[in-house]
Design a binder for this molecule. Sequence first.
Ligand code: CP
Length: 313
Amino acid sequence: MQHYLSINDIDSLPKWVEEARDLKNNPLESKSLGKNKTIGLLFFNNSLRTRLSTQKAAMNLGMEVIVMNFGNEGWALEYEDGTIMNQGTSEHIKEAAQVVSQYCDIIGIRAFASLKDKEKDEAEVVLNGFKKFASVPIVNLESSVGHPLQALTDAITLAENSTKVKPKVVLSWAPHPKALPHAVANSFVEMMQRQNADFVITHPKGYELGTAITNSSKIEYDQDKALENADFVYVKNWSSYADYGKVLNQDQGWMITKEKLGNAKFMHCLPVRRNVVVEDAVLDSEQSLVIDQANNRTYAAQVVLKKLLENLK
Ligand code: CP
């Protein structure tokens, strides 16, 4: 594996999950692998889990870590070729990516969708710009289209908590006051398509994810029906894809309650808005796996960095 940009970079999901679980049992087993290697984490957007868990993973592997909040502190980057840079951008991705590559052996990039221009977002200009002009491996820390570290984490958490060979897993949209990207939901769907599971997506009409992502995954518009006999309920808000980036409704009837959850386990990538997306009674119950998910972020990142480091040797 040269880069970790999407779920498609995982050659065997079951093997990676097993490896991550082994690392969780013995996080320092490869402490010498990253000696004298540096990872640079560039954040164009906010983060708690991704930033800290990826640092922790790198430290477990013996790496040095450099973090930069690029959105606030870096020069505004230009991505277009041949632009006359007499407007707001100060530095071209061609120089920036090559410069960072001199300081780092691996580069992680977080750059969310703008939710204004679908074509531009789907071109992944930041992630692909670094991929094109950097000379070191790139890790996607959540891009416009995907959050593959989160999806690998979710596969680990499902494996740890599943008691059935073929569990029923429901991805449910939930209300949110702000327009949120599709990245987490997209990668979760792509990951679930590689699982032996009865997988159902539920959302109000108008919130269909891109068909290139959902393919033949089952969509049920009746949330109650979708949730029947669920073993896991993964909840996430996303904005409309068809009416790109728009909040079409904030129907509180879609919030996940204890009653709706039934006996299922609750999953969410965090951060989560209490009593908007999900009620307190769910998050504060033993059915909630959100803290376990956040913990597994470290081991998902660690398995990815370990494979990239092994490839550097
Ligand atoms: N789940 C997740 O990516 O969390 P952060 O946005 O806090 O990194």
